[in-house]
Design a protein around this ligand. Structure first.
Ligand SMILES: *Cc1c(COP(=O)(O)O)cnc(C)c1O
Length: 396
């Protein structure tokens, strides 16, 4: 609980402005979950089917992943209290970088504290004012911020609009380098980047292609490129260890050795920060191993996803088509999505509504996220809850 009676010696003009701005917003409080994250979670003593996490392969509670972290903590302690370039590098960091490179089909990989950090670090280290960066309008916030830090020229093309991208490419022949940047899987719609076409454009215009595969690494094997059979065609991949690969923390940039060596020399969020805690690196390493050697995890994830997609459609919901475990249930207009999410919570299902400004007005939705850890019973419970709250649709 926050103490309300405290007097801060802070500039009152600042506090006045912040209070006014907060008053104008819809209040959002972070949900507090107790216990472990898994196919179900506890919120305020209620057990809810968890359709809101990025733990796509269910590895966050894997006994092997937890044992790897515990064993490493016993041997090496928790943190290293130093950056990678000082005394913060352990064998497990190097082993994890090699495993990531292997997974995504790159020569090498560089670890960061998170994918947000990786995206903040990669552009500024490699590109400058003589370069042009082309960015999809729905790219993740960390890509947007990272690109800003590079001080390169920027061109934002409408989401997956290859004609607009090509027009921009033809208009930038003076550039030293041209870089196309895209999410591999977009988190709002669960749709894939048009990778075959992007690869083709990158080839034709001699552009570099960077894919942020945070929602795809592990979920689609090595990622979006592998999904499309284009494993050797993407120059740079960034991704997270905080989603399918154990869900703890960590991010990476993978690519040719000249790139990764450059990042180790000059990338500020690599150099000027603490190294990843070795137990977390060991956990991620084990998660990558399991993702690669247990095909049944991906099979169960695919089966769960298609079962729930079909069940929601059969109930009359508008489900955006696709095959990714991000399942957008469209509840367009007003506050319907928010009301539905609240009603589902009362019915024992944890989902979140996405409303303006996260999505455009008229594109409001509930984002359902499926995991390999869900049993058929969990999914049936969720579908039944969606059935019980359907009345809200008619009322809207
Ligand atoms: C989740 C996500 C990130 C951030 O990853 P963290 O490791 O949690 O910082 C970056 N990019 C995309 C596309 C994401 O979905």
């Amino acid at each position: 609980m926050h103490r309300m009676d405290r007097r801060y010696r802070v500039n009152t003009a600042l506090l006045d402005r912040l209070r006014t701005e907060l008053d104008g917003r819809r209040p959002r409080r972070d949900l507090v979950v107790s216990g472990a994250q898994g196919p179900t979670v506890s919120v305020d003593g209620e057990k809810l089917v968890n359709l809101a996490s990025n733990d796509y392969l269910g590895l966050a509670q894997s006994p092997e992943v937890l044992a790897a972290a515990q064993e490493t903590m016993r041997g090496q302690g928790l943190g290293v209290a130093a950056g990678r370039v000082l005394c913060g590098t352990r064998n497990v960091h190097s082993a994890l970088e090699a495993a990531i490179a292997d997974l995504v089909g790159a020569e090498d990989a560089v670890l960061y504290g998170s994918c947000f950090d990786a995206n903040l670090g990669v552009f500024a280290a490699l590109f400058g004012p003589d370069d042009v960066i082309f960015s999809d309008a729905l790219n993740h916030a960390s890509l947007i911020d990272g690109i800003r830090l590079a001080q390169a020229q920027r061109r934002v093309y409408a989401h997956s609009d290859l004609n607009e991208l090509e027009r921009y490419l033809t208009e930038s022949t003076e550039a030293r380098h041209r870089l196309i940047v895209t999410d591999g899987v977009f988190s709002m719609d669960g749709d894939f980047a048009a990778l075959p076409q992007l690869v083709e454009l990158a080839r034709r215009y001699d552009a570099v292609l960077l894919v942020d595969d945070s929602h795809a690494t592990g979920v689609l094997g090595g990622g979006t490129a592998e999904h499309f059979g284009l494993r050797d065609e993407v120059d740079l991949v960034t991704g997270t260890l905080g989603k399918a690969l154990g869900g703890a923390a960590g991010g990476f940039v993978a690519g040719p050795r000249a790139v990764t060596e450059t990042l180790r020399q000059v990338s500020r969020p690599y150099i000027f920060t603490n190294a990843m805690a070795p137990p977390l690196a060991a956990a991620a390493l084990t998660a990558i191993h399991l993702a690669a050697h247990r095909p049944e995890l991906r099979e169960r994830l695919a089966a769960n996803t298609s079962w729930l997609r079909a069940a929601l459609r059969d109930l009359g919901y508008e489900v955006l088509p696709g095959e990714h475990p991000i399942v957008p249930v469209m509840l367009r207009g007003g506050t319907l999505a928010v009301e539905m999410a609240a009603a589902l919570r009362r019915e024992g299902v944890l989902v979140f509504a996405l409303s303006h400004p996260v999505v455009p007005i008229g594109e409001e939705r509930i984002r359902v996220q499926v995991s390999a850890s869900h049993t058929r019973e969990h999914l049936e419970q969720a579908a039944a809850a969606f059935g019980r709250v359907r009345g809200l649709l008619a009322a809207a």
